[in-house]
Design a binder for this molecule. Sequence first.
Ligand SMILES: NC(=O)c1ccc[n+]([C@@H]2O[C@H](COP(=O)([O-])OP(=O)(O)OC[C@H]3O[C@@H](n4cnc5c(N)ncnc54)[C@H](OP(=O)(O)O)[C@@H]3O)[C@@H](O)[C@H]2O)c1
Length: 305
Amino acid sequence: MKALVSGDSGPRLDSVAEPEPRPDQALVEVHAIAVNRGELALMGQLPPGSRLGWDVAGTVLRAAADGSGPAAGTRVTALAERDGWAERIALSPTRLTPVPGGMDWPAAAALPVAGLTALYALEYAGPLLGRSVVITGAGGGVGRMLVQLAAAAGAEVIAQVGSPGRAEGLRALGAHTVETYEEGAAAGGPVDVLVDSVGGQVLAGAFGRVRPGGTLVCYGNTVREELRLPMDWGHARPGLRISYLHLFDEVTRRSVARDLASLVRLVAEGRLTPEVAAVGSWSDPEPALDALRQRRANGKVVLTL
Ligand SMILES: NC(=O)c1ccc[n+]([C@@H]2O[C@H](COP(=O)([O-])OP(=O)(O)OC[C@H]3O[C@@H](n4cnc5c(N)ncnc54)[C@H](OP(=O)(O)O)[C@@H]3O)[C@@H](O)[C@H]2O)c1
């Protein structure tokens, strides 16, 4: 079968071995995959020909032999450990959940990494009803999920973006304020929660607004810069809580199938929209991937098979 593997100048299609599901795994035919910024970074570190792929949407071709999980023919979305960028993949039913017929393949593929990361980040943030939450990188894949889930939980959402063009649609998704990082750093005014993945100066600028007893949740360092905070960063904020979330660590302690099902339910109820910014073909992925690399994708980038 074909798979999208790492190459010197981006992913390329190659022939790989068919998956051989264990008795506790279903065989899934893949129809769409989402590409994450983390996978672009990983691709640069792995030897050419390496398999990748976390976000998968497809149809169960063969149910798990042990009888667990959905039957053949069920449409599913799934979080793969790797190897998801392929025509077929063996997956534990603990990593997937059915999706309704009304959800298209790109939307289903856009959910797992971004949706679960946002869901878990906001769990670390604690109760959100009536609290103010600053979200950096709000225009990106995870950011757009965070904005919607925080607003749905009753927070006052302050969405931060790098430039006005990245703000597209954020108010409609539930952001009460949309500002650039510079405007946010200059704004002052205490906030209860900061959720950051950008890191560096953006994190430092937004951190200045976190109140004593507030919460900082980090899940990335996109700019790959060291963090410099003022000397009194902690003394000025007694009771501050800091969490760092790593999705593939979280999933070892959580029910991915249940949490994916919660996200699918929110989508089905119209309370969460998987924002798909670009859909490309996996046989010509570069235009869509370039939009992601160049910070032009206001949401998720999806490839269809
Ligand atoms: N810890 C985990 O388990 C986990 C899970 C998922 C994602 N992540 C990480 O979280 C970050 C966001 O992921 P994502 O999938 O949402 O990525 P994305 O869609 O590419 O979004 C990245 C966001 O960061 C902002 N940004 C600021 N400076 C940037 C720069 N120099 N280069 C690129 N983007 C920049 C972009 O917004 P502006 O252009 O408006 O600034 C964009 O909204 C990534 O670093 C990713 O690796 C971590």
